[in-house]
Design a protein around this ligand. Sequence first.
Ligand code: MN
Length: 162
Amino acid sequence: MKNNNLKTYRSKRNFEETPEPTGKPSQSSGQALFVVQKHAASHLHYDFRLEIDGVLKSWAVPKGPPLEIGQKRLAIETEDHPLEYAHFQGIIPPGNYGAGTVQIWDEGNFTMLKDIPADKAYQEGHLELLLYGKKLVGPYALIRTKLSKTNKPAWLLFKMKG
Ligand code: MN
């Protein structure tokens, strides 16, 4: 079963008010994208997104992605976002879902570290990636752990030795 529908994404947003993309079908560039958006919402966090299976699989990282080996950061799974969202920066107006400023903090491409399809690794809750960003470079892992207090899957994001 493909887990790539954008119903949840759309149901949270009023596109007459927010400048965020509606998520029209869009083609992959061929190279899998990653993006990290700094999101000054009610709580500042960093949204970490990976292009997998035609959408952006997404996590909210309250403390931001780790830059050093050994730092482990909580990453709360959030709803799939459309591919176009990788290029979004702007202000989500007050009263809307996620109201606040969104800025691209880092972006680039990624590949899988091992020879395993990204969608399978995602479903298994064990992603090992090679990131080609400006701030985030090298091998990273995202490992699903348990449900967070809010009942959303909690993952750990960390930089690996490499
Ligand atoms: Mn966010």
